[in-house]
Write a protein that binds this ligand. Structure first.
Ligand SMILES: Cc1cc2nc3c(=O)[nH]c(=O)nc-3n(C[C@H](O)[C@H](O)[C@H](O)COP(=O)(O)OP(=O)(O)OC[C@H]3O[C@@H](n4cnc5c(N)ncnc54)[C@H](O)[C@@H]3O)c2cc1C
Length: 539
């Protein structure tokens, strides 16, 4: 009885609330407004669909490849490293400068930028997924030429690091760059290029860019160098080209390959780590010559139940010379931990690049010349050492952190090891690492469009199934790690390392925004600058 009464009251209130709406509906203006709104939305969708049909027709006419994915799948040649990346409706894959210019001209003349997002993908390895969007992805993986002429290496954006490693090796040249063979030149050499062996002395890969070709969103192509558009050249050195268009060629100055490389990756027990911490080893290592880079890496290693800290030394000196310097700078007690000759290796830069490679590739490093993006995905363990692949290279879901740390951060390693001990019984322990590298490539004499710190700390944790227990666990653990890393944060640099950003806004820089505004405005064929920029997912 009571229930029925409550029901009647509720129905009464509902009907009463409709009366003012009905009165409003009787007003001619309101009816016109709602009608117009519906028509506008319909027209917008229809005209947008028409624009896309026209775009496809034009692409067919000029023979530029595209694939309609309808937001359901990534074609294998345009996959993203982060499986959580949004899937585009259409993937357009030009294979030349001309093709890129043609695509961007079409997007401009058809006014597609106005209500469709557009993104640019080279290798899809950016952590923040800026290369993908829910509209049109311009995929550059088909533009994969690379060429070396004297001291300049010319790269198309779709060239993979694996191919670059081989070309440099063949010519006895070198360049600082990352260790994942499948990272592509387009994103890497405009935002990153940090490594263990060369970047402390020679700067980041992106700091080596000497000239480039870039197609503005309007379709206009610019040649960029010290004399022509030097502001864009600056933005290419770590500022993702200020998001003013699509980079179709990068020319970087290479160095002669160093004659010697030696390295030691020593797994330490917790007690050995305590010795390092007590001796302020990491802080002291920071003052080593630029030829010697030290990093500490925390991870789980097969055969050990506890988390391990690896004491990594990379040097451009011989082993004996390196140990002599380490003895002087770090002290005998610490060097005792790493002095065993079995822990040291010496070889070429090519050998250093193979540290995370499979046994097969380590023994036959020249086989890197055969590696392609597709093979790395189809048969990863032919090329990668399994544990490295699982915690870093594999396409998966993941959380990532990156922060500039203060050099005086030895205690952080003990805090991190203690935190990692808590996950030693969880299967996700195999899917993470925390790396802190001294000498974060802060080369003052080289221009760079990102502010660099002295020490770089980064963390990753991967899982395979979305929205499950693993994801929940991973996010909680990431938060624990973040709290520790933030305690040792270097508050000097205002932004994090550009190649590591995992949120688009972390790339924001006022100076880059000014460059973006300057070159977007010059594209007077685009009707509304504001609309264009906000509709672009390029960040
Ligand atoms: C497994 C892994 C290992 C890594 N190792 C290292 C390392 O050792 N050292 C290091 O410094 N960094 C490293 N990185 C970071 C990596 O170098 C950067 O994230 C880089 O930007 C990826 O480039 P990409 O072309 O593969 O990615 P993409 O996702 O295709 O590009 C990254 C960003 O650049 C934009 N972009 C790409 N190409 C162009 C273009 N031609 N024109 C204009 N904009 C473009 C994209 O829109 C996107 O916003 C690593 C990343 C991963 C996932």
């Amino acid at each position: 009885m009571l229930l029925r009464q409550i029901n009647n009251i509720a129905i009464g209130i509902f009907i009463a609330s409709l009366i003012p709406l009905y009165i409003l509906y009787l007003q001619p203006n309101y009816r016109a407004l709602t009608f117009n709104l519906t028509i506008n939305i319909q027209m917008k969708n229809t005209s947008n669909n028409k624009k896309i049909i026209l775009l496809k027709k034009e692409l067919d006419k000029v023979g530029i490849k595209y694939e309609e994915t309808k937001g359901e799948y990534f074609p294998t040649y345009s996959q993203m490293h982060n499986r959580a990346a949004i899937i585009p409706q259409i993937v357009v894959s030009p294979c030349s400068d001309w093709g890129v210019a043609r695509v961007l001209s079409l997007l401009t003349s058809l006014e597609i930028y106005e209500n469709t997002s557009v993104s640019v993908r080279s290798g899809g390895h950016g952590y923040f997924n800026g290369a993908s969007c829910d509209g049109i992805m311009i995929n550059l993986s088909m533009m994969d030429n690379c060429d070396l002429n004297e001291n300049i290496i010319s790269l198309q954006p779709g060239c993979i690091l694996g191919k670059i490693i081989y070309l440099l090796h063949q010519n006895n040249k070198a360049l600082p760059h990352g260790d994942c063979f499948d990272v592509h030149a387009g994103g890497h050499f405009t935002t990153a290029g940090w490594d263990f062996i060369l970047s402390k002395k020679y700067g980041l890969g992106c700091q080596h860019v000497e000239s480039a070709k870039i197609v503005l969103w309007s379709g206009e192509t610019l040649v960029v160098n010290e004399h022509s558009h030097p502001d864009i050249l600056w933005s290419l050195k770590g500022g993702a080209a200020a998001e003013i268009g699509v980079v179709t060629e990068l020319n970087l100055k290479v160095i002669e390959a160093p004659s010697t490389a030696s390295w030691c990756l020593k797994l330490m027990s917790k007690n050995q780590l305590k010795v390092c911490v007590a001796n302020k080893t990491f802080l002291k290592a920071h003052h080593l010559p630029r030829e010697i880079s030290v990093s500490f890496r925390i991870h789980f290693e097969p055969g050990y139940s506890e988390p391990m800290c690896s004491f990594n030394v990379f040097s451009l000196f011989s082993i004996s010379e390196t140990l002599k310097i380490l003895r002087q700078e770090l002290g005998e007690t610490v060097v005792k931990i790493i002095e065993n000759s079995d822990d040291w290796k010496t070889g070429s830069i090519l050998d250093v690049r193979m540290i995370t490679a499979s046994d097969y590739l380590t023994e036959t490093p020249e086989a890197i010349s055969e590696v392609t993006s597709e093979k790395l995905r189809r048969s990863p363990l032919t090329y990668w050492e399994e544990t490295s692949w699982k915690r870093e290279m594999v396409d998966s879901y993941f959380t990532t952190l990156s922060s500039w740390s203060i050099p005086d951060c030895d205690q952080m390693f003990l805090d991190l090891i203690n935190a990692c001990e808590k996950i030693k019984d969880h299967p996700l322990k195999w899917r993470m690492y925390i790396l802190t590298a001294s000498g974060g490539a802060k080369i003052k004499e080289k221009r760079c469009s990102m502010e660099l710190g002295e020490v770089l700390t980064r963390f990753e944790l991967h899982w395979d199934e979305p929205n499950g227990e693993d994801e929940y666990y991973a996010k909680e653990f990431t938060e624990d790690i973040n709290i520790i890393i933030q305690k040792y944060r270097d508050s000097g640099p205002k932004r994090i390392y550009r190649g590591d950003i995992w949120l688009a806004e972390q790339g924001y820089c006022e100076k880059l925004e000014k460059i973006k505004a300057k070159y977007s405005l010059s594209t007077n064929k685009i009707s509304s600058h504001k609309l264009t920029c906000s509709s672009l997912v390029m960040r």
